[in-house]
Design a binder for this molecule. Structure first.
Ligand SMILES: N[C@@H](CCC(=O)N[C@@H](CS)C(=O)NCC(=O)O)C(=O)O
Length: 354
């Protein structure tokens, strides 16, 4: 009898969920009420600006330019979220933070979100009180030495000193990479990467280790980039992306869909330059992304339906953000690599806007 009841129960649940799935996908589905505005979004609206925790020492990702304005790949995602919520990409207060400050400033509410070359890991996801947004930059940890050292592989660092900054995933990765190969070494950590590079240039470190993107950035701005060599080895996966307080799921959804939105815009070929041409588009996917033809995806996030017009118009699509800050025409000269769109063989893939 029990078995029949539970079999009936399962059948009922299955038919209910089938109905739910159909209802969600059916074009005539009754719209859900708007989600409440979360506390983080509300304080951004009240203040009229977004407080974003960023790097101040990683050119290409986050650092002040000559005019003292924060610029970079990560910085642009702060600006994109501000454009979505406030309609103004310039309504951001940048709060420079070190690696070790990330969890405390998010927990204390000193920042609304962080976009600071931060790797998503299981323990950060569970213990930091954070929601990690989609990965904006797929990276991995590398090792940089002086070219003249003649070191070409990790084994060459046996018995040496390797330097990095504190509060990062880097420390454990290099320890794992060395010990799994039976290589002894000394790890020295510094509060920020300026300290790491200073020690390196004073010959107190045989190598520095961090995300390959970070090493490429430091190498590009060093007095003699050719004197520095990034070894041809990647010792970890570092999926980098923004994060926001776990307590506000509506704000986390906004951050997530702004990121997917700029990726989707690149898929459609919509840029900050040609956005106007797309406003007459008859492509239903483009219409949903841009909130045209009475489409209402924005309202389900509690945003204006045309929020992605503000984001694309003021900040650009993913490819524009990448190229402007890191691409072949910059001193960093990075290729898209695994950060190409999925259809070009990369990993950047937006969930569907529907
Ligand atoms: N992605 C790693 C490393 C992040 C990190 O702090 N990287 C360094 C080196 S690229 C950095 O941003 N340094 C800038 C600074 O602290 O001055 C993590 O999330 O822990």
């Amino acid at each position: 009898m029990k078995r029949i009841v539970s079999a009936l129960g399962v059948a009922a649940i299955l038919s209910l969920s089938a109905t739910a799935v159909m209802a969600q996908d059916a074009p005539t589905a009754t719209p859900l009420p708007n989600p409440v505005v979360g506390e983080v979004t509300q304080r951004i609206l009240d203040r009229g600006s977004l407080i974003c925790g960023v790097n101040q020492a990683l050119p290409g990702f986050g650092a002040p330019n000559d005019a003292g304005e924060f610029v970079g790949f990560d910085v642009d995602f702060c600006r994109a979220v501000a454009a979505a919520i406030l309609g103004d990409a310039s309504a951001v207060t940048f709060r420079p933070i070190t690696a070790a400050e990330r969890q405390p400033v998010l927990a204390s509410g000193e920042v609304d979100m962080i976009a600071r070359n931060t790797t998503a890991t299981l323990t950060r996801d569970t213990l930091w009180g954070a929601t990690f947004a989609p990965t904006t930059f797929y990276d991995g940890q590398g090792i940089m030495v002086f070219t003249e050292s003649g070191i070409t592989e990790i084994e060459g660092l046996e018995g040496g000193t390797i330097c990095t900054n504190a509060g990062t995933t880097t420390e454990q990765n290099i320890t794992d990479a060395m010990s799994s190969r039976g290589l002894d070494f000394e790890l020295q950590t510094f509060q920020d990467f300026d300290g790491v590079m200073a020690a390196f240039f004073e010959d107190r470190c045989d190598a520095v280790t961090s995300d390959v993107s970070g090493l490429a950035s430091r190498r590009a701005v060093s007095p003699d980039p050719g004197a520095l060599q990034i070894l041809d080895i990647v010792i970890s996966k570092e999926p980098l992306g923004p994060l926001s307080p776990e307590s506000d799921t509506q704000f986390a959804d906004v951050v997530r869909w702004v990121i997917f939105g700029v990726i989707e815009a690149e898929e459609y070929g919509i840029t900050s330059e040609n956005l106007g041409d797309f406003l007459a588009s008859e492509n239903p996917g483009v219409q949903r992304l841009l909130g045209l033809n009475n489409t209402t995806l924005g309202s389900t996030l509690n945003l204006p339906n045309d929020f992605m017009q503000a984001v694309i118009g003021q900040v650009g699509n993913y490819g524009e953000i990448f190229d402007r800050n890191l691409g072949p025409d910059t001193i960093f000269g990075l290729n898209r690599g695994v950060n190409a769109l999925w259809r070009d063989g990369g990993l950047q893939y937006a969930w569907p806007f529907r």
